[in-house]
Every structure is written in structure tokens, then in C-alpha cells.
Design a protein around this ligand. Sequence first.
Ligand SMILES: NC(=O)c1ccc[n+]([C@@H]2O[C@H](COP(=O)([O-])OP(=O)(O)OC[C@H]3O[C@@H](n4cnc5c(N)ncnc54)[C@H](O)[C@@H]3O)[C@@H](O)[C@H]2O)c1
Length: 415
Amino acid sequence: MKIGIVGLGYVGLPLAVAFAESGHEVVGLDADSRKVEALNAGNSYIEDIADDVLAPLRERLGATTDHAALASCEAVIICVPTPLTGSREPDLTYLTDSAAALSSVLQPGQLIVLESTTYPGTTRERLQPILEESGMAAGRDFHLAFSPERIDPGRTDYTVRTTPKLVGGITAACTERARELYSLICDEVVVLSTPETAELSKLLENIFRSVNIALVNELSQLCERLGIDVWEVIDAASTKPFGFMRFEPGPGMGGHCLPVDPFYLAFKAREHDFYPEFIELAGKVNRAQPAYCVERIGRALNEAGKPVKGSKILLLGISYKPGVGDIRESPALEIVSLLRELGGDVSYSDPFVPELPEFGLSSVDLDDGLRTADLAAIVTAHPGVDLTEVVATAPRVVDFRGVTREIDATNLIRL
Ligand SMILES: NC(=O)c1ccc[n+]([C@@H]2O[C@H](COP(=O)([O-])OP(=O)(O)OC[C@H]3O[C@@H](n4cnc5c(N)ncnc54)[C@H](O)[C@@H]3O)[C@@H](O)[C@H]2O)c1
């Protein structure tokens, strides 16, 4: 098959690679010409895709900024961003822009699948009318379906192939076409009755995580007051083989998904005069977590007779999760801002994020940073960091990820 992928980011590029590795021809389209040039030169910009993965696929995987190249594809999958506006409402402009461009080259018989995370109704109410500006009707002249992306960047135990794929088309024939498409690269394809079911299933997965992370974040604050080690409590509860799922507290929620997606559903719910309280409450608790972390840093410095103002504070890990360089919505950014507002002299060390232009900062050498810091805070625990050395070198260490549990030291404070 010849498959077009629109949006070659964390979602689109691994998908393009999966189809190309299965022997199919892939046309990748991205609005960012630097990504297109990089890919055509065999250079990956996504941590999970190594350059030597791209090398053998050169014949089958090409990238372009020109929508005309999509006209010859049997299927086109849309993986563009779905962020929030400044007032925390869905920003579908990437989707509507890419749909308008696609509509101008749409061909009879093509299958169009939306993978971007969004509220129920987007495929039918927003995407379909734009594609039908081509003069063709969805379900009659072309096929249209939604299939949520479930990729978890940095994860190696589940892949595109081994993660079951949900599909829901606007007609049974659309669903069947989508099922056939994903059967090429996924071991299991789960057929749903409508695109709306598929859209909402993805939101449920992310809201489930957001709510549970909020629960343990709140519990960690209570545990501090009670003088109970929250990590020991979570370890203990996790020994139950049923009815409990482990979630861990941290500096807050980051990434393009968890801090964003629940508000897509809240927006849709408001249109129906419904106010989902779990979503809002979880968002509120999780968004307050960076400020709580700054308070803990302030108290740790205070115990040493130091104010935040003028103290050298080294943050370990700026990206939102270990092993990736994605800083979108990373709570570390909020922590940097808040510490700077208090006059803290903030630096950071993160091998995955060499520069932080919005703060005029560059990643410092970890050993140098630890030697000069008044306090080091573990915000994101990237693999390969010698934590024993961190605790041995920095005068004070605050661990927001619970990764120093094996270390017993008086200069160490955990969330
Ligand atoms: N990153 C994840 O872990 C993840 C997981 C599951 C689902 N998702 C969802 O997948 C979607 C994409 O997320 P992502 O992380 O891959 O984003 P990303 O920013 O990494 O990639 C999106 C790409 O789309 C390109 N783009 C933007 N507008 C375009 C246009 N009009 N035409 C062509 N290309 C365009 C951008 O240049 C970018 O390369 C979002 O809806 C997100 O919520 C992301």
C-alpha cells in the first residue's frame, strides 16, 4: 500500500516507520520543512527512532511539504497537534488547516483516518465537512475513521505493533477499511461502533491517568503533614494483586497529552451543559504541584539558613518524562519560573534538553553543577544518572520522583 502520514512528530514519525518497516510505501508530510529535510537526509529528531532505523527505509519512506504527494496514497493518516488555546479551549487550527489542504487533493476511494487526540464528535462534525468541500461525500466517495494514537514515547515494552489499536469509522465500510489498514502493522485491531466512541475512549485513558496522578499528588502532601512516607504507602498498596493500580506523585503533569486532553472533554461537556468535576479537580491539583515543589525547595533551603533569593538551585531533568527531550507543558518550566520570581539562581542539567531559550539557559555539566549548587532538585529522573553521587556531592537534594529511596542520607528530602 501507499500511505500518507500528515504530521511527522512523536506520533506520526513512529507510525510512518512502522508502515515502512512492514514493506509499505510511505509519504510523510509536515508543515515544518526542517523536519522534512532532516528525514530525507536520514536524520531522526525523535529519541525513539534512531538514524540507523531510518537508513534501510530510505526507498520506502520519503517526506515532503507538498500536499499534492498525498493524492496517490490509498490511505492518509492525520497526526497533527491538538493543543489548547490561551484560554484553555481546544485549538483545532492545526487539524482544520491540514484538513483544508488535504481536501484540495482528496481522491475517490481514499481512506482518511484522524489519530490526533480530540473531543468526541471532531471527526464527524469538524473534519468531515472540510473534507467534503472537495465535492465528495464521506462514506460514499471516500472513507473516514478515527483511530486514537496510544504511543508512549520512551516506552520499549509496548510498541506500535503490540499495542491494540482502536478504530471507529463513520460507516461500517469505513471501519472495515481502517481495520484492514492497521492490521498491516498492529497485532490486534479493536473495532468500535462509531468514531465518537474511539475519540472518547482515548480521552478516558488519559483522564484516568490524570485523576489518579492527582490523587497520589494530593496524598503526598497529606503524608508530609502526617509524617508518613508516601512511597512506602504506595509500595505497600501495590502488593495487592487486584483492585489497585500504581500511580506515583511527582512535580506535576507534563507533555502534550495529560495536561491538555482532559480539557477537550470538559469543553465538549460544557456544550451539553454538563460540568465534569473530576477533570477540573484533577487538573487543579496537578497544576498546583510545581508551586508545592517550590515550597519544598524553599523550606529545604530555609532549614540550612538560606533564602531562595540568591541561592544556587540546580534542577536535574527539565523534560516532562525520563528519556525524552519533550518539554511541552513540563512542570519543570513552571518550577524555574517560580524560583526565579523568588530570586533563585536557577540552573539545570538535562542531556536531552541542551537549551532552554525562553529562560536563556543551557544545560550545565552535572558534576560542575552539583559542586557549586546550594541545592539540587530531581525533577525528572533520566536514566543513567548516578544518584548516589548526586546525593554525595550536592549539599542538599530534594527528590520529587522517589528515585532515591534506596539512599539514606541526612541531606536528602523526598516528596
Ligand atoms: N506525543 C504523544 O505521546 C502522543 C500520544 C498519543 C496521542 N498524541 C496526540 O497525537 C497528536 C500529535 O502529537 P505529537 O506529539 O505527535 O505532536 P508533534 O508536535 O510532535 O507533531 C506534530 C507534527 O505536525 C506538524 N504539523 C502541524 N501542523 C501541520 C499541518 N497543517 N500540516 C502538516 N503538518 C503539520 C508539526 O510540524 C509536527 O511535526 C496530538 O493530537 C496528540 O495529542 C500524542
